[in-house]
Write a protein that binds this ligand. Sequence first.
Ligand code: UDP
Length: 238
Amino acid sequence: MQQPKYKRVLLKIGGEALLGERQYGISPQATQEVASEIKIVVGLGVQVALVVGGGNIFRGLSAAQQGIDRATADYMGMLATVINALALQDALEKLGVDTRVQTALEMKEVAEPFIRRRAVRHMDKGRVVILAAGTGSPYFTTDSGAALRALELNCEVLMKATKVDGIYDKDPMKYKGAKRYSTLTYLNAIKEEGIAVMDTAAISLCMDNHIPILVFNLFTKGNLKRAVLGEDIGTVVK
Ligand code: UDP
């Protein structure tokens, strides 16, 4: 069997990953595809904590720009991530992967509250823990939630799934000769304009606590597996 590089990873999936061809909401097929990629790495024995965003349904900041109170809009955004978490739970369980959803805002009829030691126990038992509602606080993003949970749960790496193959020196869509960075420092990831990998708060939390961030393309089939096997894909921010 191929030997994974990591025992426990935190995978951050933006809400966009569930859109498929849609402009809004959840495509069951796209969700299923994401779930199949996760099933493969669970099969390798890797423990997975999953943080899911809500951008396919609701983003607090854009709603606030249209007049909704910012904190209220952010709570709405956090609820959107719970909807996505349930969709992913359903997709994973249909593939036979055991899961638990834990939420940073309590809603015990729907999911467990986030309890760190319990989340660890679930992962030890081979369950994927899907962490919803970000940090539970407005003015944050699910990227910050992902950084926080990755640290709390002693994950070895924060894997940030994106639509691009990593971080480039220039926009690879516009420039032919654009070069992918294999590694990048946290400070450069924060500093360089046009490299919007993650928000500054999330990157600096990772920097202060020395957890690497792997930015990679989840939409290339088999990439998540390659990532956990330690192949040279994406960009490692460290
Ligand atoms: N959000 C929040 N606090 C958090 C995490 C998320 O207020 O700790 C809200 C925020 O309004 C955000 C929305 O939830 O816009 C959806 O999360 P995000 O934009 O990070 O989703 P993604 O871009 O990853 O799909």
